[in-house]
Design a protein around this ligand. Sequence first.
Ligand code: MN
Length: 239
Amino acid sequence: MTKENDEKDGGMTRRQFIGAAAVTAASVAMGGLGTNASAADTLTLPALPYPANALEPLITANTIGFHYGKHHKAYVDNIVKLTAGTALAGQSLEKIFIATAGVADKAAIFNNSAQAWNHAFYWNSLRPKGGGAPSDALKKAIDASFGSLDACKAELTTAATSQFGSGWAWLVKAGDKLKVVKTANADNPLTQGLHPLLTLDVWEHAYYLDYQNRRADYVAAILTDLVNWEFAAANLANA
Ligand code: MN
């Protein structure tokens, strides 16, 4: 997908999206998609998969400007600095945060590498004109695990709105089933052997400029109009 195409229509055809998802997955080795991560998962800030204003009015370019341009960039800059000259310098983000999870004197390395990964995954969990219904394979998996799409969305809403303080809500593959989990701060379900399919960032910086304290409205906006089921389906197919 060219930048020009992306900016021209602000959305993506299915074919464009699958291409973008493949490139992004290879770039940051997300959710089990990065089968050749060693070549592509470098510690760089990945391009946003859509223009900064593409999610307006639900998530504004102002929010994206700070969230992607400042917060996400800072996590990437920090992990580059923290790993420079160490054995971790050439590793993928995923390898770095799995290797350092729960290691007290590696907390800064864990936090910045996991946050860099989480944010790349989050941008792809959203899309302009998202929402709607998942494709057949994902729909079947959701129905089998939750009973219905609405029940799945209700669990995601509960996880996202009940996470106390900063963190993330996730749809994951756990063994043969799908599950909703929440994690605090930088934590990522991959450290528990779960495969992320999509995520919602519920740190205040993700919604405060647009929604102030109304986290539930931000979560509802995502699950109704922005959630990228195609990304989740692609992750499920590769989990
Ligand atoms: Mn964030």
